[in-house]
Design a protein around this ligand. Structure first.
Ligand code: SF4
Ligand code: SF4
Length: 95
């Protein structure tokens, strides 16, 4: 990478960081209302989802299955990609 390419990359990184900090890349309001929960019947306690949550909302229940702390869940949906049994589903707590 030459100096010009480096400076262009650095400038675009700084601009994108600024937009994120300013909240311009935030998701629409409807997304903020979403939460996720685990359908216990589908969960086999494999644990693949436990480390996917940056907010530490995914917990292990007494039976070894996953549960989601709704107070901590931000509704990002990242955990759903780790569950092959489709046990983690979205819902709108306001409905
Ligand atoms: S939706 Fe996001 S915040 Fe909620 S439990 Fe899943 S990974 Fe964590
Ligand atoms: S990945 Fe799915 S099946 Fe495995 S523990 Fe999490 S919710 Fe349960």
């Amino acid at each position: 990478m030459n100096r010009k390419e480096f400076l262009l990359k650095a400038a675009s990184f700084i601009i994108m960081s600024g937009l994120t900090a300013a909240g311009l890349s935030q998701e629409p309001d409807e997304k903020k209302n979403k939460k996720f929960t685990v359908i216990s019947k589908r969960c086999d306690g494999c644990g693949h989802c436990f480390r996917s949550c940056r907010d530490k909302a995914l917990l292990v229940a007494g039976d070894g299955k996953a549960i989601i702390d709704l107070d901590k869940c931000k509704g990002c949906g990242d955990c759903t990609r780790f569950c092959k049994r489709m046990a983690i589903v979205e819902f709108d707590p306001s409905k």
